[in-house]
Design a protein around this ligand. Sequence first.
Ligand SMILES: *Cc1c(COP(=O)(O)O)cnc(C)c1O
Length: 394
Amino acid sequence: MELTREWAEREAAADPLATFAKEFLIPEGTLALNGNSLGPPAAGVPVALENAVRRQWGGHLIRGWWDDGWWDAPERVGDRIGRLIGAGPGQVVVGESTSVQLFNAVTAAARLVPEHRVLVADAGNFPTDRYLAASVARLLDLHLVETPMDDLPGVLDRHAGEVGAVLCGAVDFRTGELWDVAGLTAAIQRAGGVAVWDLSHAAGAVPLRVDDDAVDLAVGCGYKYLSGGPGAPAFLYAARRHHGDLDLPITGWHGHADPFAMTDPFVPAAGITRARTGTPQILSMLALEAALEPLEAAGVAAVRDKSIRLAEYLFALVADLDGVEVVTPRAPGRRGNHVTLRLPDAVAVAEALLHRGVVVDERPPDLLRICLNGLYVSWTDVFDAVAHLREVLR
Ligand SMILES: *Cc1c(COP(=O)(O)O)cnc(C)c1O
């Protein structure tokens, strides 16, 4: 690799994923480097929405639920997301926000082992995850133990036999550190616990194998690496072996075995359908479904390979910047697809970069996050972003 724009241009010209980048609606001259916060729209999204509103809703009115497949959308889109995270069919539903799905998943996980009174939560997780873990602990009268991920194995050992639900983030939202999902899931289960992984910064970013890794439950976000749009519905994965015992707290009528009978009491549907809640956000769901197409066509593995190499290029380009420290682990197996830099005045720097069309974000007080999603970020984008950063810092 060479730290010149010519080299970046040659790499970009030879990039087999370059055709996918053209399918995203990103303004000319803008560098979309915050796909870990809000992915840009794929060209198929406005087409799908236009079709959903004019032809389906406008053309068929309420018949859209059947004629246009709206009723089955949570499971259909769920299966498509399932393929991206290594889940066989019938184990993922799409709907609600990530926060709601976290509440649903953590409560159900705790109820799978009601005699285990310790709820373990990743202390470095996104605030909503931590707030919800605390709320579930209050609701079910559990003892909440928050731990940094580094200390998780020790905490599991100390509470072996008492551990119930364990909520962890697969990729740290601040530092981009990727945790060992397979190894930690096994450790959680050895301690008697039920592993709930938050895949918000991992789904569509890194190859996942939730089935092979024996993950119990997982939740993820629709608007980050899946590019489903602002407020896109989230997803919930539950391993098939748990379906029969899954006592989800949000018992809406869509999760009923016979929703149109409208009878008492609540009888959960078979399979993952019991994890449906109420009427799904169809327009957002269809936008998310259309957004998956470029990622499915490119393949998570290819996107991940390129993202790893883009980050290595970034590491090399920032190496001589005074006062800039790379917080994200450098080993590819230990990081997701966003890179976090520590630098003074990160908030002001991010603001200045934004003015230059370099869309990154900051986590106060001193972290700058740069998302290198190989699906639409190019080698020249990385080169130009660092050139702008260099000028801003000067
Ligand atoms: C983005 C993100 C969320 C977002 O939750 P919403 O309900 O969509 O606001 C939750 N948890 C993690 C770890 C996230 O990265």
